[in-house]
Write a protein that binds this ligand. Structure first.
Ligand code: KG4
Ligand code: ZN
Length: 345
């Protein structure tokens, strides 16, 4: 980089319902601006891809302007553009990828198409400094639940396990619906659970002892729905706080158990938790407790960096620049099922 010691990277994220634009200088966060179309999806109880794509299109240029203003920069200050190339909703990704190509081409700077999951890992460096090599990462959100071995986030990410059915956040959202709580349900369950007991109801813990590092949450979701239905059929009131706390306990018990199994199996002493569900207060507390007991250091970005955002894409872009990785061509596609092993396209 000729103009600065560290590259100023613009990051664009449009894989789901958040139009995220972040700006970093190396691992220093300069701006993280987000426009969400969540309100437009809430009445459908889930993200509607067509609605999300249209909202990205409208929000893109204003969100870039907003991020530049927040950082006190102009477009001409940008050294590189990074964008989520996948995985995610195809039409939503397409808007970000097309915009990133246009900015990179117009500015004459390199373009980096990056993996959304690797970006969830890279973002923690904005808060807690360089990622130890290797680290284990547990990524839990509405769209993904994965355990990763990360020798080097810019070059080498290995999948150790993932959900075989629902994502962890998806289970939170579906159970919230059963309990009559608003969408997205995670934060509402988290809040309700504080008034309840995690041991009130023993819900099943899928794949708890199966020896794999995979997850399964659909059986748990069904068990909660059946339990609530039985109560209602008997004319009894549903103890929402206890059900929320017991469900939440089942999820975080399995997540933290498998994450620490991964650390032990690969002899890794650093665990990172990312994705929207990493905002969960019980997950953070139990993970800390179990990491302390196992002598593992825990890193969890602050909630605003855990949920989808542009800064995470910019952070990974800065890593790619620093690692001397080849930029992407202007021909790169948006790939809705980009495998986690592909850090950049
Ligand atoms: O990473 P994210 O913003 O978007 C993607 O899905 O990629 O994650 C959103 C998910 C939703 O399912 C939401 O219910 C969940 O994260 N979530 C939580 C909490 N905050 C957000 N789940 C449990 N506890 C929370 N405090
Ligand atoms: Zn995500």
């Amino acid at each position: 980089m000729s103009r600065h010691d560290e590259p100023i990277v613009l990051g664009i994220e449009t894989s789901c319902d958040e139009t995220g634009v972040g700006i970093v200088r190396g691992h220093t966060l300069l701006a993280n601006t987000i426009a969400s179309s969540m309100d437009e999806h809430a009445r459908f109880g889930g993200v509607v891809p067509e609605v999300a794509s249209r909202a990205h299109l409208e929000a893109m240029a204003p969100t870039v302007e907003g991020a530049l203003a927040a950082a006190g920069l102009r477009l001409s200050d940008i050294d590189a553009v990074a964008v989520t190339a996948g995985p995610g909703l195809a039409g939503a990704l397409l808007v970000g990828v097309a915009a990133a190509k246009a900015y990179a081409l117009g500015l004459g700077v390199p373009l980096y198409g990056v993996n959304h999951l690797a970006a969830h890992v890279a973002v923690d460096q904005l808060e807690h400094g360089p990622l130890p090599k290797p680290s284990i990462a547990l990524l839990v959100s509405g769209g993904h639940s994965s355990l990763l071995l990360v020798p080097d986030v810019a070059r080498d990410v290995i999948s150790l396990g993932s959900t075989v059915d629902d994502a962890a956040g998806e289970a939170f959202d579906k159970v919230a619906r059963v309990l009559g709580l608003p969408f997205p349900g995670g934060p509402h369950i988290d809040r309700a659970a504080r008034e309840g007991s995690g041991t009130a109801v023993t819900f099943p813990r899928g794949k708890f002892d199966d020896g794999t590092l995979d997850f399964s949450f659909s059986g748990l979701k069904t068990a909660v729905a059946r339990w609530v239905e039985a109560r209602e059929a008997a004319g009894e009131t549903v103890p929402v706080a206890d059900v929320a706390a017991s469900f939440q306990e089942a999820v975080v018990d399995v997540l933290t158990r498998k994450a620490l199994q991964a650390c032990a199996r690969y002899d890794v002493k650093d665990l990172l938790i990312g994705g929207g569900v990493a905002a969960n207060s019980r997950l953070r507390a139990l993970a800390q407790e179990r990491c302390d007991a196992a002598g593992v250091r825990l890193r969890v970005p602050r909630p605003g960096l855990c949920t989808d955002n542009g800064a995470m894409v910019a952070a990974l872009g800065a890593d790619l620049v620093a690692a001397g990785v080849h930029p992407s061509t202007l021909e790169i596609p948006a790939d809705s099922s980009l495998p986690i092993t592909v850090v950049n396209v």
